[in-house]
Design a protein around this ligand. Structure first.
Ligand code: SG4
Ligand code: ZN
Length: 270
């Protein structure tokens, strides 16, 4: 069949560049955050605090695209602005997650070389400058992704709403409507200190269109909740399991860090 990118040894991150030349660019994500190198450019970032608004009713659908779980929103009433985004208003398009096969790996970004068990991404697009998500995804200031590191600890109440729905989207291309509201702001840490830099989508086509905002504080999810993520299937319902790799479950769906190069890493708050 058609070549499809994934995270396997065969079609994984090191091969993406063959079909997606952007993946070899100089503004790629994720990166390793060297905390010592972060510039605390206090005035520029803190003069406009980062602010967000996410009505719980905006979370509409839960899907399994075959390489993660994803919640699509209708964007209605959602907003992200301030900080590195200045006065531009971004809307929430979707949120999704990356995780490992064990609790010691799974995040895309690393902090001083240290990986977390997972990383949640809230993907937004710039509605001040662009008309559609697709148009924004091609522009250098089109997208903003909020990243939250996941660490294993106590179960997370809001994440549990997602975990309890995942068995209904166990196979690739499964999709359900969300009826019980899921509030993305409850998936963010209490403190809003963050690191920020200019990067890309971490999956093909790896567009260099993302302002990354990574919270310094992690949230806790339980080992059991992560195991529910690890039970999603990479293949469609009714198809035979391509059991050559990991019994067809979605694990290690993260791209390894790429060089920061001469990009500036800024920080705000602690
Ligand atoms: C995940 O694979 C999402 O399912 C994708 O969403 C997303 O692509 C991709 O990650 C890259 O986003 O925050 N990790 S990331 O850089 O948002 C886009 C869809 O394919 C375009 C809709
Ligand atoms: Zn992501």
């Amino acid at each position: 069949g058609f070549w499809e990118w994934d995270y396997s040894s065969r079609n994984g991150p090191s091969t993406w560049v063959e079909k997606f030349p952007m993946a070899a660019g100089s503004r790629q994500s994720p990166v390793n955050i060297e905390t010592d190198r972060a510039e605390s450019d206090h005035e520029a970032l803190s003069s406009k605090p980062l602010r967000w608004k996410y009505p719980a009713t905006a979370s509409r659908k839960l899907l399994n695209p075959g390489y993660c779980w994803r919640v699509d929103t209708d964007g209605e009433g959602t907003l992200l602005s301030g900080g590195p985004l200045m006065d531009d208003i971004y809307k929430l398009e979707q949120y999704h997650c990356h995780w490992g096969c064990s609790d010691s790996r799974g995040s895309e970004h690393t902090v001083d070389g240290q990986a977390f068990a997972g990383e949640l991404h809230l993907v937004h697009w710039n509605t001040t400058k662009y008309k559609t998500f697709a148009e924004a995804a091609k522009a250098p200031d089109g997208l903003a992704v909020l990243g939250v590191f996941l660490k294993v600890g106590k179960p997370h109440d809001e994440m549990d709403k997602i975990a309890r729905l995942l068995p209904y989207v166990s196979h690739k291309e499964d999709c359900i409507e969300i009826n019980e509201p899921i509030d993305p702001s409850k998936l963010l840490p209490d403190d809003n200190g963050y690191w920020t830099y200019l990067g890309s989508l971490t999956t093909p086509p790896c567009n260099e269109s993302v302002t990354w905002i990574l919270f310094k504080r992690y949230i806790e999810v339980s080992h059991h909740q992560l195991n529910i993520f690890r039970n999603l299937r990479k293949f469609p319902r009714g198809e035979e399991c391509p059991c050559h790799e990991n019994h067809g479950v979605v694990i290690n769906n993260f791209r390894p860090p790429l060089p920061l190069g001469n990009r500036v890493l800024r920080e705000c708050g602690s």
